[in-house]
Design a protein around this ligand. Structure first.
Ligand code: G6P
Length: 615
């Protein structure tokens, strides 16, 4: 979603800010802008569309600025008001001396806007953000102190914000503030940064301080001061950021998505290391802080998540119920929020999120916490807001995921669920020793099986080419692979904009079958030896009888499949219960190659954001 970087220091301000924004680009946006403190003036440049447009604009107009000493930059993902130049950030007050960039949504902006208009402020955009600029400018006119003006203003804001503010008459400072939206301060030598996320600053410094809600930061090139809403100074711990800037490089791959798909074997190994190394020893999940007695008694788990993480959660439900016999409910966070749930102090609530910043999931977790539930968070961002709400935290260690379409974070989440389900089974003694040994043995083998798929993708590429002209797809599966069908279809929708829907194979005949004809390919996920193979096969035959073109994703070596299916995507032999970790990979690749073949913007699909920080 939106991204912010503010910079004060010795480097070239324009290129430092542009690089910071480039590193946030993957989050998804529709316009960009920058404000510079230059020679006693505030200068603003904005463009629509990709960041390259802003780069070109700044290059064209570089004679307009002399030597900027500080600046703030923003990429916007439209919430209030369409993507347009006038709605792009930075926004200014009436006289243009004060500029602000903002992530989040101000809920009471209409009331504030009306009040400010009555006081004579001239609004130019439809955004909630512009209200903040006028509000702070109004306070500044009373105190002539930018820090105090921000402090007094944010008290009047309801909703979520991470803001960076500059004023023409305060040429040495950038003021940042946050509530319910992430913001961190990067600490350098003779330079400091403010950003909405780590990648913006990782090339320049690994030292950072995370702002908490209701804190205000005053940043100059040589100093950082953080205060609370009453102006009391707060001493905060400097943290070392967990990433290398290298992780933001494509490393020779055409797209981040392809790189990230190929990283999955290592991500899984990384995730298993230290937790599962001896198939005769219990998994080491010390991250789960519930004591054994509490876990033994545990009989209700709720898992909440969005998007791809929700599909990982669905696999989680299946295997926790299967391995540990604990009843699990899975729900989209955005639905959980608006329901009278039965969550109570005896419930373990698991939040799953790649980014750890998804607003719906954060709200749902907070709601569950209020009801006394114990909170376990499975995330790729142990430094996120969601992680801070956790009683127990399982970091999935996938490394930064740049492509908007989640791939390696999904498999990493799956592995965390397998480890959790085995851990629960061991505590509850619900599986016999030999089943546990077999499961662990096969889990350790999974990275090799994915490597086998990745070593030759010719058949997948061929299939992508042959099927890329279809406008609709149906993906079917049963049991533990139903989430695979949903996730495979989601991947295709996200990056190729082809309409693809995942269904429980048994549900096909209860409605969706009416849509089948030669224009609607059906992809079936079938694991021989599993409890669903025969049934999915016969559901595929039902589809064939309606002239649908068929694709099989299977480990079967049965030659007869080639009579029924138009394409067969082969995967290595795998047990059905562990197969979701494998079956997702060819579906990621199929979506990737279809989108690539159609010339789509694979890493930054239209309208999507990597982390959705609004409800
Ligand atoms: C966005 C992304 C999806 C992601 C979802 C949940 O919609 O585009 O790829 O699955 O958010 O994000 P989270 O960070 O909570 O896993």
């Amino acid at each position: 979603m939106c991204g912010i970087i503010g910079y004060a220091g010795y480097r070239d301000v324009v290129s430092t800010i542009l690089q910071g924004l480039t590193n946030l680009e993957y989050r998804g946006y529709d316009s960009a802008g920058i404000a510079l403190q230059d020679n006693g003036e505030i200068k603003i440049y904005k463009t629509l569309g990709k960041l390259v447009n802003l780069k070109n604009e700044l290059e064209k107009k570089k004679t307009e600025f002399e030597h900027p000493t500080m600046g703030i930059g923003h990429i916007r993902w439209a919430t209030h008001g369409s993507p347009s130049l006038v709605n792009a950030h930075p926004h200014t007050c009436t006289c243009g001396k004060l500029v602000v960039v903002h992530n989040g949504i101000i809920e009471n902006y209409k009331e504030l806007r009306e009040e400010l208009i009555n006081k004579g402020c001239k609004f130019r955009s439809q955004t909630d953000t512009e209200t903040i600029a006028h509000l702070i400018a109004e306070e500044y006119s009373k105190t002539k102190d930018l820090e105090a003006a921000v402090r007094n203003s944010v008290k009047k804001l309801q909703g979520a914000y991470a803001i960076c503010v500059m004023h023409k008459n305060a040429p040495d400072i950038i003021v940042g503030a946050r509530k319910h939206a992430p913001m961190l301060i990067g600490i350098g030598e003779g330079e400091n940064f403010i950003a909405s996320d780590t990648p913006a600053i990782i090339e320049y410094t690994k030292k950072a301080v995370y702002l908490d809600d209701n804190q205000i930061a005053v940043v100059t090139k040589n100093n950082v001061k953080i205060t609370d809403t009453n102006g009391n100074e707060i001493k905060k711990k400097i943290e070392i950021l967990p990433w290398e800037s290298m992780s933001l490089s494509k490393m020779g791959y055409k797209h981040f998505m392809l790189k990230e798909i190929n990283e999955q074997p290592d991500v899984i190994r990384n995730n298993l290391s230290g937790k599962l190394f001896d198939i005769d020893a219990p998994v080491n999940l010390k991250e789960v802080k519930l004591d054994k007695a509490a876990l033994k008694k545990l009989n209700k788990i709720e898992i909440i998540a969005c998007g791809t993480s929700l599909h990982a959660a669905m696999v989680g439900k299946y295997i926790i119920e299967d391995f540990a016999g604990i009843s699990v409910e899975v729900e989209a966070s955005s639905e959980y929020i608006y329901r009278k749930t039965t969550t109570d102090a005896s419930t373990l609530v698991v939040g799953v999120s790649q980014s750890g910043e998804t607003a719906d999931t954060i709200t749902a977790i907070k709601q569950a916490k209020k009801k006394g539930a114990k909170i376990l968070i499975i995330t790729n961002r142990p430094d996120s807001n969601m992680a801070r709400l956790a009683d127990s935290l399982i970091p999935v260690n996938a490394g930064i995921e740049v492509s908007v379409a989640a791939t390696k974070s999904y498999t990493a989440q799956l592995i965390s669920f397998y480890l959790l389900a085995i851990h629960l089974a061991e505590v509850k003694e619900s599986l016999d020793k030999s089943t546990l040994r077999n499961l662990k043995h096969e889990l350790i083998q999974l990275p090799y099986k994915i490597e086998e798929i990745l070593s030759d993708t010719t058949k997948i590429q061929e299939c992508a080419k042959n099927f890329s002209s279809y406008k609709n797809f149906i993906y079917i599966a049963r049991g533990v692979n139903l989430p695979t069908a949903l996730e495979g279809a989601l991947k295709l929708k996200e990056i190729s904009y082809i309409n693809a829907t995942g269904y429980a194979a048994g549900e096909l005949k209860h409605g969706p079958i009416a849509m089948l004809d030669e224009t609607m390919p059906v992809l079936s996920v079938m694991i021989p030896g599993g409890i669903t193979y025969e049934k999915v096969l016969s559901n595929s035959e039902e589809a064939k009888a309606r002239n649908a073109k068929l694709i099989a994703l299977t480990s079967s070596t049965d030659k007869a499949l080639y009579n029924l299916f138009d394409a067969v995507l082969k995967i290595p032999k795998v047990s059905e219960i562990l197969s979701p970790v494998i079956t997702c990979v060819p579906l990621q690749l199929l979506a990737y190659y279809i989108a690539e073949f159609l010339g789509k913007d694979v890493d930054q699909p239209r309208n999507l954001a990597k982390s959705v920080t609004v409800e």
